[in-house]
Design a protein around this ligand. Structure first.
Ligand SMILES: Nc1ncnc2c1ncn2[C@@H]1O[C@H](COP(=O)(O)OP(=O)(O)OP(=O)(O)O)[C@@H](O)[C@H]1O
Length: 273
């Protein structure tokens, strides 16, 4: 799938483009991504959804060069990523993943400040930025002195988000960021992320298995199946006009489940529906 008209006159250039991106990890026997084309406008919150193994993480990692496609091109802010040193690119793109990967021997403040430190920010600027970020992710200021193992899973995830945002990236990539959290924390953090996305004017791509989360948080949902994009549209468009039965089954899930809860409350049978 080639992306045509990448930057039509009068329109803002896309923040992220995947153009014919193809990736195999075993020299062409299986394809994790097949000819994936995607153009994401600045300020969009995209949810990437699909069954396990459909290529979501691989697509995300092609954006920050944790994975190199063998064919096709990835552009960030109009520039091919393969022209940019991976470490430089990754310092400028926020990345949050399940489990967060905080450094256990560094304090919360040191974890959050690590990218500004690597970029050579002056000490006081880093201290101020860490304080600002703790407030932004709604953690008490004194948590900066804690070690990561003294935090709950949800608090660690907040630190992970603060760390990803530390150097003021325009792009935020999130891979199942709330996967290991209880449903209430997951819901709270998801909405906090959406507020941050809007307040900071970010472009966000979030991989999730949770179609509820995708529908409630995203401006646009991209559905992958066996390495190909099989649906791409607003939550409303995919709910009302799914392109095939598989997408329909996925998009119907929230309403089906809500219907079962409603039936339970009304004392009706929920079997077989
Ligand atoms: N480093 C790797 N080496 C070999 N194969 C890989 C590697 N990374 C991914 N794959 C394969 O590529 C395919 C897509 O994997 P990917 O992790 O992108 O899927 P996913 O949709 O993110 O899955 P999940 O939802 O389970 O995380 C899978 O078949 C996977 O086994």
């Amino acid at each position: 799938m080639r992306v045509a008209g990448l930057s039509p006159q009068g329109e803002m250039a896309p923040a992220i483009v995947l153009d014919g991106v193809t990736k195999s990890f075993d020299e062409g026997r299986h394809f994790a991504l097949r000819d994936v084309g995607l153009s994401i406008a600045p300020g969009t919150f995209v949810a990437m959804v699909g069954a396990s193994g459909s290529g979501k993480t691989t697509a995300l990692k092609c954006i920050n060069r944790l994975v190199e496609p063998e064919r096709g091109e990835v552009l960030v802010d109009g520039r091919p990523v393969h022209d940019r040193p991976p470490h430089d690119l990754r310092r400028r793109i926020g990345y949050v993943f399940q489990g967060v990967g905080l450094f256990p021997h560094l304090t919360v403040a040191e974890n959050i400040g690590i990218t500004p430190d690597l970029l050579g920010w002056p000490r006081q600027e880093i201290v101020d930025r860490v304080a600002e970020l703790l407030a932004l992710v709604e953690l008490p200021a004194d948590y900066g002195a804690r070690m990561p193992d003294a935090l709950s899973g949800g608090q660690r995830q907040r630190v992970g988000i603060a760390r990803a945002l530390a150097a003021r990236p325009g792009l935020l990539l999130m891979d199942e960021p709330f996967g290991a959290l209880d449903p209430i924390t997951r819901d709270t953090l998801g909405h906090a992320c959406r507020r941050l996305h809007t307040a900071l004017g970010l472009t966000t791509v979030m991989v999730t298995h949770d179609i509820f989360e995708a529908v409630l948080l995203a401006d646009r949902i991209v559905i992958l199946r066996e390495g190909r994009i099989v649906a791409d549209g607003t939550p409303h468009a995919l709910l009302t006009d799914p392109p095939d039965d598989g997408v329909r089954a996925l998009m119907d899930m929230p309403l089906r489940q809500a219907g079962k809860v409603r039936a339970l409350l009304d004392g009706r049978s929920t079997d077989g529906s």
